[in-house]
Every structure is written in C-alpha cells, then in structure tokens.
Design a protein around this ligand. Structure first.
Ligand SMILES: NC(=O)c1ccc[n+]([C@@H]2O[C@H](COP(=O)([O-])OP(=O)(O)OC[C@H]3O[C@@H](n4cnc5c(N)ncnc54)[C@H](OP(=O)(O)O)[C@@H]3O)[C@@H](O)[C@H]2O)c1
Length: 322
C-alpha cells in the first residue's frame, strides 16, 4: 500500500487529493496548519478506506518543521512513496499596495515552502530509488495578471524549481518530479486570499472542480509524468503570451476582471496568508456558476460606469481600499 503525503490537505485541491488517495486504500499523511480541519479531513479519509491516516499540523514556511515531518513519516512507515505539495496562499493587490508581510508571506509559503518540501523529500526518494514529488503551480506561473504580483512571482518560481529538480535528478529515472498547473478551480482559496483591492477574488472560467483536479494529479502520479497544464484554456493563454502586446493589452485586463468578484466587497484583510482561518477550510469554494458570476460582474461595472465610479478591477482605476 502506498504512503501518500499531501500538504494543504485540509481544503480545496489538497483535500480532494487526500480523499481520492484514501479511496485507493493508501496510507494518507495530512499536512496543513489548522488542526481542526485536518482532523476532519482525516476522519473523512478513514471513512473512504484509507489504510491509515496521520495528521501533522505544521507550517511549510518552517524548514525545521518540514524536516521533522518527513522524519515522523519515515519513523512510522519506513518509506515515502508520493508527496503531493498543494499548500498555497494568494493575495490580491498591486505590488506597492500589499503590506510587505503579506507579499513576503505568499512567496514564503508558495515558493520557499515548495523548496522546503523538496529539500527534505527528494533525498528520501533518491535513497529509496523510487517515489514521486508533485509540485502544484498555476496557470499564473506562465502568464501575468493584474493585482496578483506575489502569487504570480511565486508560481513562476515553483515552475522554475520543478525544472531545476528534474535536472538535478536526471540520474535517478525512478524519482519523478511532477509539475502541474491548474486553471480556475472552485476552492476556498479566493475567499482565503488576502485582499487590498476592495473585493474578493473568484476562479476564472473555465472553472473546474477540486475533485477533477485531484483525479488529473493522481493520474500523473501513476504515470510519473503528463501534461503540466490541467486545462486546455491554460494552453491557449500560454500561447497568447508569446505575443506580449496582445497579452498585456487584452488578456491580462480581461483576466483581472474575471478573477475579481465585484459583488463581494471586502475591507483590506490578510486572509490566511499568515495564519490559518479556523472554520473556513472546505473542499469547494462558494462561487457558484462562473457564467452567472461574469454577468453579475458586468452588471456591477455597468451600474458604476453609469454613476461615473471606477471599479477595482479596472486596470486604470486607482486602488482605494487600503
Ligand atoms: N483554486 C484554484 O483556482 C487554483 C488555481 C491554480 C493553482 N492553485 C494552487 O493549488 C494549490 C491548492 O490551492 P486550493 O485552491 O486548494 O487552496 P485552499 O482551498 O485555500 O487550500 C489551501 C491549503 O493549504 C494550507 N496552507 C496554507 N498555507 C499553509 C502553510 N503555510 N503551511 C501549511 N499549509 C498551508 C491550508 O490550510 P491551513 O490554512 O489550515 O494551513 C489549506 O489546507 C495551491 O498551491 C494553489 O496555488 C489553485
């Protein structure tokens, strides 16, 4: 039976991956910061048929905690077959508008957290001569988007890290480094996000389910490889980036509009970037139908234009909420 460690296992894609691994009868190790939602995730995995569950609440920004995590799993199971690193956070705000601790917090979690996981997992896989590390990037690790500066930078970095790890482990063909880039997935990350733009985010269409993303990820684990992009739309926008003028003038502003929920105003807040948000983790987000979301966004924008008020997702409008 496989030993599968999932970070970010208490919410969204990580929770869906942990539950899918449980249905396959894996030993599932669940990692995130908040114990309560991790315990709930573990109980769900047990009901679904996991061979065993192990809950390890920790922060992936803490290198020593990640080292101790890997040691604890080896103590209990003697090996580590698959690590799926899903833990991640995001923030909405321009580079100069986000507080530095939020900007740095996104980079520390997404980029340096991935490096921490790789630093302690890869040597284990190399000494076993087998195993898979999955790094979860994003479509935004291939393009740019307004008001998502630290997230975009972190995900470009995760992609670079995956390439680097592959290069460094070419001598161990049975050690797989898998990089995946989801598109819009309906998870709570948009509600968890820090925001200084005055609004909550929303997943850009086409919106996939966390369960579908989990199936796509575990399929790649089984094969040890697979297309990085989890959505056809990602492939298309990556192509558009090859024409920077079109990307910057057209795609990035449209994406900025699609990724903002103008019907959900919020005061500036740190979201879950620095600490877990108790009671807010779940498998799915609360954004409903994405086409309806776009129509509602358009209605808000038209109303505001009518009143002569700029909206936060307008790239020319000033950021006024902080
Ligand atoms: N949803 C999308 O549309 C989308 C698109 C592209 C890529 N992704 C990527 O997919 C991954 C999963 O995102 P999601 O949408 O499933 O997000 P989510 O629902 O917000 O889940 C994030 C998970 O990470 C944990 N976490 C956050 N910071 C942590 C830290 N410092 N240490 C340990 N655990 C931490 C959270 O639990 P605690 O807060 O309790 O720690 C939670 O379990 C992320 O890497 C994200 O960037 C998502």
């Amino acid at each position: 039976m496989s030993i599968t460690l999932v970070t970010g296992a208490s919410s969204g894609i990580g929770l869906a991956v942990a539950r899918l691994a449980a249905t396959r009868g894996d030993h599932v190790v669940l990692v995130a910061r908040g114990r309560e939602s991790l315990d709930a995730a573990a109980r769900g995995c047990e009901r679904l048929g996991a061979a065993s569950t192990m809950v390890l609440p920790l922060d992936v920004r803490d290198d020593e905690a990640v080292r101790d995590l890997v040691a604890a799993v080896l103590d209990r199971h003697g090996r580590l077959d698959t690590v799926i690193h899903c833990a991640g956070v995001t923030a909405f705000g321009r580079t100069e508008s986000l507080p530095s601790e939020i900007f740095d917090g996104v980079l520390r979690t997404n980029l340096l957290g991935s490096a921490n996981v790789a630093r302690h997992v890869v040597p284990v896989l190399r000494s076993q001569g087998s195993g898979t590390l999955v790094l979860v990037g994003s479509a935004l690790g291939h393009i740019t988007a307004p008001s998502m500066s630290p997230y975009v930078i972190s995900k470009w970095g995760v992609r670079a890290l995956a390439h680097q790890l592959r290069l460094e482990n070419r001598d161990r063909p049975d050690v797989a480094i898998v990089y995946v880039a989801p598109g819009g997935v309906d998870t709570p990350i948009y509600h968890h996000a820090a925001s200084v733009i005055g609004y909550e985010g929303r997943p850009p269409p086409p919106v996939s389910s966390p369960q579908r993303a989990a199936r796509q990820i575990l399929r790649r684990v089984d094969r040890g490889r697979g297309r990085p992009q989890l959505s056809l739309a990602n492939e298309v926008i990556r192509l558009v980036r090859a024409v920077p003028h079109v990307h910057d003038r057209l795609v990035a502003p449209i994406l900025g509009f699609l990724i903002t929920d103008l019907t959900r105003p919020v005061a500036p807040h740190p979201g879950n970037v620095l600490t877990t948000m108790p009671g807010e983790n779940a498998m799915r987000g609360r954004h409903g139908n994405s086409a309806l979301g776009i129509v509602r966004n358009l209605a808000v924008r038209i109303r505001r234009r009518g009143r002569g008020t700029a909206t936060a997702s307008d790239p020319k409008s000033p950021r006024t909420s902080s």
